[in-house]
Ligand binder design. Structure first.
Ligand code: ADP
Ligand code: ASP
Ligand code: MG
Length: 412
């Protein structure tokens, strides 16, 4: 029997009525002759609420218990989706991550999927089950504890199931009808893309476009999963969505495919550190051990063997970064005069594989920001992206200006 994976995000299962609408889509695919694995998120707002409860218990909570709590939202929607399908006479059964089992590493709150044995579900499909509804975002560690895959992780659950079961397609149903040139909430000029390459989607996701979790794109690229993003709100007929696919499948594309942003960034500067071999290792080693996700790094010019080191990280990790640095100083591993934390910055990035063969893209980005009076604090580039750190209050303005400057509202 051909098999599809259909994933419904938080807004698509936010109420029983929405679950019913999603179930109808699933029922239609069953009627088309497919077995279906449905991956569900928690109802929208639910995971945030659970995270809030955990954080209220204290600042240094046990990540294993965090996972036990925050994974629970998905259990509710999985059961409700199975019940709704049964009501529609579609043979369906719900599965929590551990029951499948979805085996992960033990890095709680950001576990990676190791393996998904297919025997249990396949046995049930063999007995006439038409739909397996699986709770997204969760798995089980080698010690047998519940793990979660990081925020937005149901996307990754979906792609991993599609890869493991050789699904014909993995459809990600969400509250927008595809991947846009930028977040449609920031500018109404954002244009829906018919197709986007894995490479570009990977960059956009990792630079903040939360429509897909980064890891899900990585997996789709590695296992050649046909990945579609589409709306669960629109009528079923006019719902082509966006196909995430290999670069070769795309005939024409703009030099810049899209603009991404990440609002909650911080810029930290260690003042007056020694400019000597090993200093970067002495700083970024302890930061990595403390679980700080350092992104951009700049070392200033050295004056008399002394320099400043600047890096960016998510705002939520500033306290951890400060502690790691003060501890390293106390241990005598590094010396610095002070730490300055600027917690009011955001990162704005342009992404496009066309940049490989076009000069002047970065310069155009910088000129555009200059014309808007936006000061750039840090810059990083790769072959297919340019990112800048700017004051958070200019973030929307910068995204809109760049979208205009690169004429992203027009197709290539
Ligand atoms: P779900 O709950 O279905 O997983 P998410 O909220 O995680 O949905 O992701 C969908 C959201 O991603 C959209 O509502 C949109 O605001 C945001 N988004 C950010 N960048 C983009 C983009 N380039 N294209 C489409 N949506 C984007
Ligand atoms: N419910 C989880 C979250 O909000 C996982 C997901 O929706 O993908 O992060
Ligand atoms: Mg999501």
């Amino acid at each position: 029997m051909p098999l599809l994976v259909m994933k419904f995000g938080g807004t698509s299962v936010a109420t029983l009525d929405r679950i019913r609408r999603a179930a109808k889509r699933v029922g239609r695919e069953v009627a088309n002759g497919y077995d279906v694995i449905v991956i569900v998120s928690a109802m929208s707002g639910e995971t945030n609420k659970l995270v809030g409860f955990v954080e209220e218990t204290g600042p240094f909570y046990d990540a294993r218990e965090y996972d036990a709590v925050v994974s629970s939202g998905e259990n509710v929607t999985a059961g409700l989706m199975a019940l709704t399908l049964q009501e529609m006479d579609v043979p369906a059964r719900s599965w929590q991550g551990w029951q499948v089992p979805l085996l992960t590493t033990d890095s709680h709150a950001s576990a990676r999927i190791e393996e998904i044995p297919t025997d249990n579900l396949n046995a049930k499909f063999g007995e006439g089950m038409k739909v397996a509804v699986v709770a997204g975002f969760q798995g089980i560690s080698p010690e047998g504890r519940i793990t979660t895959l990081g925020r937005g992780g149901s996307d990754t659950t979906a792609v991993a199931f599609a890869a493991a079961f050789g699904a014909e397609r993995c459809d990600i149903y969400t509250d927008v009808d595809g991947v846009y040139t930028t977040d449609p909430r920031i500018t109404s000029k954002a244009r829906k893309l018919e197709k986007i390459s894995f490479e570009e989607m990977l960059e956009l996701a990792s630079l903040g476009a939360k429509v897909l979790q980064t890891r899900s794109v990585e997996l789709a690229m590695r296992y050649k999963v046909r990945l579609r993003v589409l709306s669960s709100f629109e009528e079923m007929s006019d719902n082509a969505g966006t196909l995430v696919c290999a670069e070769e499948e795309i005939m024409e594309s703009n030099v810049v495919a899209g603009v991404a942003y990440s609002r909650e960034e911080a810029k930290m500067t260690l003042q007056s550190v020694e400019d000597r071999p090993g200093i970067a290792a002495a700083i970024f080693g302890p930061l990595a051990e403390a679980g700080v996700n350092v992104d951009m790094i700049v070392q200033n010019i050295s004056d008399g063997g002394i320099t400043d080191m600047t890096f960016s990280c998510p705002v939520g990790e500033v306290a951890r970064a400060e502690k790691a640095m003060t501890d390293a100083k106390a241990a005598g591993d590094i010396a610095f005069a002070g730490i300055i934390a600027d917690t009011d910055v955001a990162k704005v990035s342009i992404v496009g594989i066309g940049m490989r063969s076009h000069a002047g893209v970065a310069a155009k980005m910088f000129k555009t920001l200059r014309d808007e009076g936006v000061n750039i604090k840090v810059i990083t580039t790769s072959e297919i992206k340019v990112s800048v750190l700017i004051d958070r209050k200019y973030m929307e303005l910068a995204v809109q200006a760049l979208h205009d400057a690169f004429e992203l509202e027009k197709a290539a």
